[in-house]
Design a protein around this ligand. Sequence first.
Ligand code: NAI
Ligand SMILES: N[C@@H](CC=O)C(=O)O
Length: 512
Amino acid sequence: MKNKTEVKLIKNRAIIKFEGKNFLGEIGIDGRIFKALTYARISVGVISQQAIENGISVLVSEADAEKAVNCLINEFEQERKSGKVSLIYSINNVSVIGFVSKDFNKIMSELGRNNIFPLILNQVAAENRVNIVVTSSQDEKAKNIIEAEIFARPKTVHLAIIGHGNVGSTLIDQVLESSEEIRNRKKIDLKIVAVANSKKIALNRSGFSENWNEEILVAERPSKVEELIAFSQQNQLENLIVVDNTASKEFVKNYPVLAENGFDLVSSNKIFNTLPISEYRNFRHILNKKNKKYLYETNVGAGLPLIDTIKLLHLSGENITRIKGVFSGSLSYIFNNFSVRDEKFSTILKEAMEKGFTEPDPREDLSGSDVARKLLILARELDLINEFGDIKIENLVPENLRNLTKDDFISRLSELDVVFDEVKKSQQKSHVLRFTGDLHGDLQKEKGELDVKLISVPVDSALGQLKGSDSIFEIYTESYGENPIVIMGAGAGAKVTARGVFGDILRLSENK
Ligand SMILES: NC(=O)C1=CN([C@@H]2O[C@H](COP(=O)(O)OP(=O)(O)OC[C@H]3O[C@@H](n4cnc5c(N)ncnc54)[C@H](O)[C@@H]3O)[C@@H](O)[C@H]2O)C=CC1
Ligand SMILES: N[C@@H](CC=O)C(=O)O
């Protein structure tokens, strides 16, 4: 049962800390502290004794802090000389929050998740009455969190959307469209308070509306993570989630500092999960330490529920023996169409780009790197310690086009036509081209074998029948034997991917 009383916030307090050896429980010490402060006409608030640290803390008005310290220094002059009292000092800029709640543990865990750890906690258990002392830079945020809990108010979740290209802009629109329904149904108030591209970041404490695009046009702040962190701290924003919808190798370097500063993370960007295993593990260590979460369901199979399925199977002890299939939505579209249509390769590639299936630079797909990343991400979900360099990748980009700028490459797409015409013609009759990923070998060992390659398969085979931009993942396990678990569906596209990212945001929000 929630207890509906006011949550009181008293600002401009200071903690007077009194530290020493073996004086706790000694008759008269508390009395002398009070007497000295009363004589000095200083009113005393919350009191706490720390048995382990051997200290006493009292709360006074910040204006009285210096006077309180001096008066206690005088009172305990002898004990200071003998070393019995080692330190008397003040911690300024703190606030007291008083409330009544039966769900004390829940409130403390919500505060902790938001990096708020009270400096003093004073609880009258019989009355469910609690006073906590927090730094003033976190007091409003703490009050909001406590009120949301006690009064069962919709909890506000603050979102920072990094990257507003195909996936990012679709996600923003989806969030704005559904936010009212989510507030009513789930009691979660999703607020997009930051939107960034590679150059600028737009910040809006009250949350962006449908005209977010205009706000980013006139934004002047550089797209730096420091701007976002400072903004979240200055505005005391609780329940923070940063969403990475870039393909940036640079932005992922910010993940650890974001987790350190209280952000959970959601990412459609696959780069972080394919960094060297030491960085991959170190980040997970930071997440654990800071009680933060990182979700990336769309890293493999866009909106398809693949990572979760693999995670669950693996966690439940199911022995996954092989994962293979067509992992790329764009290459699925390209080869499904190129194999059966009388059309140039470059024309079909352009279609895939226009439909938003390819990476920002389509060579990430054609080179096999994007499929290789997906394969590595799955391998690591199985606790394999493969590195990107272990993957055998067939690169479909001719060597002379590999080192061009993206724009130069795109202006020379027609050079791909001859190459792929040859490949198409060289197939057996009734065969089609498919670009596949295969994680195999002894997956009980430290490393698996990862292969990424273009193959030619009979048109009536399972892979041969793939349509549109569908991906197919065959998951072989010990219990399922020769019949794999098959997950198939749209493997790329802004709408399905943004929906998958949105799902991750909701999963995090519900646990907040
Ligand atoms: N398109 C799809 O079907 C799928 C895409 N993804 C992933 O989604 C991500 C985004 O893809 P798209 O939206 O198609 O790309 P896009 O090129 O349309 O958009 C990328 C956005 O990121 C911004 N950006 C780049 N570097 C940045 C930085 N350092 N800081 C801030 N912003 C930066 C760009 O300004 C742009 O707004 C990629 O990582 C992709 O692999 C994942 C699954 C499916
Ligand atoms: N470019 C990727 C998009 C999804 O990850 C693909 O084609 O699969």
